[in-house]
Structures are given as structure tokens and as C-alpha cells.
Design a protein around this ligand. Structure first.
Ligand code: CTP
Length: 395
């Protein structure tokens, strides 16, 4: 995912430095070239050998105490870098960077880097809220540095407060957002629905389905990574919604319909990946179920067909895509749905095949448009999301 990219990890003196070797390892797994810069203070928290072993690259620490090769290295590295991530960024390094002080390898190199820079402050609550540090962060932001807000939680000294560096996977998501894909969807507004709706029978029970939300989240994530502005309307999910997408949690099919009705007119692309329960109980006070009711049938009514509504209210420029889950006659039934629901593409999903359908990390899809039927091989849901989005962009 990151092959051919160079990330400079700039590590300064904060206990949160212990998280960065794991981030370096995650980046290497994605085939990223990782170059670590450390302040002298950072070496009190983490041994440079840890980074050198994980990245296979010499750790750069000080401009003056190394040989010639390393003292000129920073200029070459600055040219090569696709992204600089200052993590953890101590109050001292934030202060130096914001005021143009370059007195060691780390600050000198960053100052020579023309690429985007992310800064992840990590310090004690009171230091973080010190108006001088806050001013310096604002100054860095005004020069185009992106500040990753620290988490609230338990700090190294046992106090609770702001200033905790986010988990490694969060930092990785920030990096992926910058580097993982070309931004061919920049300027596009995309609405994705995901997960399962829940239709309450009574205060305890509900009707639902097996949707995990994985396919919808993969679509939202890949669209976001490709630069789109993404809104995710989601029911119950087994997975966390991706970062950097606008989330609108809903419960019932009716809630989902209301959210979609409100949001769809502004979208360039709408993808219904949610598994909407087809029926909802008709609940009135007199129909509340009692334990003594035994085999009593629950009165049901059909839910609003959201995709069909979208098809009927499609904006001229809008691309509309739905999914279909079938146990038999997959292609025939899915083609009929394309027509019936008035969308441009149906992603047909056979739940009978191994490696496809609810809850799995992979999928086997057939993409159906009025002109074409294209069977995709088994692939991860993120890869499938990429294929779907590429085709929708071409419609
Ligand atoms: N869908 C919807 N609103 C509903 C039911 C389904 O918007 N009330 C959408 C789903 O999100 C999916 C597509 O319609 O994108 C097809 O869903 P599917 O469950 O396969 O088909 P149904 O229309 O429910 O028809 P059936 O269950 O009879 O196959």
C-alpha cells in the first residue's frame, strides 16, 4: 500500500516514544521506506538500535557528532520524504519548529522538508494547555503543519488529562490518508450506508440481520483515502467506523431513510451497502408481546425501500449503487433489482459461496450495470471497495 513512499518519523523526548517502534513496524509491513530521526532526549526513552533493526535504516540523531555522510544526509532525505510525522512532539520541539530554530538533525531536516508535516503532541496536561504551547501549535498550523489532537486519558505520571499521544493505529490512519492512494475522488461527496438496521419488537427484542458493516466501512474508508468527502449512515456494526468520515448512526430502517433523504440531494455518489431489514413490527400499545402470548405472530409491515426511493429522486449528476444478497438466481435477481431500483450499479453478493457475504473479510462480487456484468475474483473487502469505486467513477 505504501511501496515507493518515504515517511520520516521524527521522535522527540517524551515517554510516548515507546509507541513509535510499533508504528515503524506497521509502516514497514505496508512496504513503506521509513527513516527515523531522533532528538538526543528521545534516545533516553528508546534506543536507536530498536528503530534501526525495525526499519533497516540508520537512525539519524545529531548533525555534528557523526561522519560527513550523515551531516549532508538531511538535505537528501528532505528531498526524498513524502511525509514527515513528528511523534511524539515534545513542547520543546514544537517550540523550536514553530520559531525556526534548527539546532539538531531532527529540526534541521524538518525545516528542509518541503512535504506535508504531521505533528502529534505528547506531554503532560498542564504543559499541553500552557498558552505558549497552544500558541506555538497554532503557529505551526498556520504554516501548514497538521496537528493531531492528543487523546484524553491516563498520562504517564498517573494523572488523567489531555496530552496522550494517540494509539499507533490512529497515527497510521493519518499517514494512510496522506499517502495510500492518489486523490482521484477529491471534490466528490459520497454517502455510504452500512451495517444492519434493528426493528424493535418491544423494549428488549428486535428484528435484524447478520450484516457486519465491513463492506460499507471498506467503501467509506477507501473513498475517504481517495480524497472524497464521505458520510457514513450506519446501523449496528461489528467494526468501528473509519476515521475521517462523517458518521450518522441510526437504529431503524425509518431512521436510515430519514438520514438518507436529508443527505442524499447534496451527494455525487450514494452507495447503499447497508442490510436494511425488510420488515418492521407494527407496534401499538395493545400489541405488546407478553410471555404468555406463546406462539403469537408479530404483525409486520414492509420497511421503506430506501434504494428505490433514491432511484426515484436521483440528481442528474448523481451515481447510485446498491448491493444485492441472494441465495439463488444471483445474476437474474440482481439484474432485476438494478432495473427495479433505478440505480447505475448493483454489486451482487452470493451468500452461498465461501469467502463471501456477511462477516467475512473477503468478498466475491459480480458488478452489474445496464451494459456490463463483471465477475470479480475473491478479494479483501477493501480491494473490492476500490474496484467498485473505480467503476462508479467511470460511469
Ligand atoms: N434496500 C433498501 N431498503 C430496503 C431494503 C433494501 O434500500 N428496505 C437496499 C439494500 O441496501 C441493497 C438493495 O436494496 O442495496 C438490495 O437489497 P436486498 O436485501 O438484496 O433486496 P430487497 O430489496 O430487500 O429485496 P429481497 O429481500 O426481496 O431480495
Amino acid at each position: 500500500m505504501l511501496s515507493g513512499k518515504t515517511v520520516v518519523l521524527a521522535v522527540s523526548g517524551s515517554i510516548a516514544a515507546y509507541k513509535v517502534p510499533n508504528l515503524a513496524r506497521m509502516l514497514r509491513k505496508l512496504h513503506c521506506h521509513v527513516q527515523v530521526l531522533m532528538t538526543k532526549n528521545a534516545t533516553n526513552f528508546i534506543n536507536p538500535i530498536t528503530f534501526e533493526t525495525l526499519t533497516g535504516t540508520k537512525c539519524l540523531i545529531d548533525t555534528f557528532d557523526r561522519n560527513f555522510q550523515y551531516s549532508v544526509e538531511h538535505v537528501a532525505l528532505a528531498k526524498q520524504a513524502d511525509l514527515v510525522v513528528v511523534a511524539p512532539a515534545s513542547a520543546n520541539v514544537i517550540g523550536k519548529l514553530s520559531w525556526g530554530i534548527a539546532d539538531d538533525m531532527l529540526t534541521t531536516t524538518i525545516m528542509a522538508c518541503p512535504c506535508k508535516k504531521l505533528v502529534s503532541p505528547a506531554m503532560n496536561h498542564n504543559m499541553y494547555h500552557n498558552p505558549i504551547v497552544q500558541d506555538n501549535l497554532k503557529r505551526l498550523a498556520s504554516f501548514g503543519y497538521e496537528i493531531i489532537a492528543p487523546d484524553h486519558g491516563m498520562l504517564a505520571n498517573g494523572d488523567s488529562g489531555d496530552g496522550r499521544m494517540p494509539e499507533e493505529w490512529v497515527l497510521l490512519e493519518y499517514i494512510l490518508r496522506e499517502l495510500a492512494f492518489p486523490k482521484d475522488m477529491a471534490g466528490k461527496k459520497v454517502l455510504v450506508t452500512a451495517g444492519a438496521t434493528r426493528e424493535p419488537i418491544d423494549p428488549v427484542r428486535f428484528i435484524t440481520n447478520h450484516s457486519s458493516g465491513k463492506m460499507g466501512c471498506a467503501l467509506a474508508k477507501v473513498a475517504m483515502l481517495r480524497g472524497a468527502e464521505v458520510t457514513l449512515v450506519h446501523g449496528a456494526m461489528e467494526v468501528k467506523a473509519p476515521l475521517f468520515v462523517q458518521c450518522r448512526p441510526v437504529v431503524t430502517a425509518e431512521d436510515m431513510f430519514q438520514a438518507v433523504e436529508e443527505l442524499a440531494p447534496q451527494q455525487d455518489m450514494v452507495i447503499m451497502a447497508a442490510a436494511v431489514a425488510d420488515y418492521t413490527p407494527v407496534t401499538t400499545a395493545s400489541q405488546k408481546l407478553k410471555k404468555s402470548d406463546g406462539d403469537m405472530a408479530i404483525p409486520l409491515k414492509r420497511t421503506q425501500d430506501i434504494l428505490a426511493w433514491l432511484g426515484n429522486h436521483r440528481q442528474p449528476h448523481q451515481v447510485l449503487c446498491g448491493f444485492s444478497m441472494e441465495t439463488e438466481n444471483l445474476l437474474e435477481n440482481s439484474r432485476a433489482k438494478l432495473q427495479k431500483k433505478g440505480c447505475q450499479m448493483i454489486c451482487a453478493n452470493s451468500i452461498a459461496q465461501e469467502g463471501a457475504g456477511f462477516g467475512t473479510d473477503t468478498n466475491i462480487l459480480t458488478l452489474i450495470t445496464p451494459e456490463k456484468t463483471e465477475e470479480l475474483p475473491i478479494m479483501t473487502k477493501e480491494q473490492a471497495a476500490g474496484e467498485i469505486l473505480t467503476r462508479l467513477m467511470q460511469l
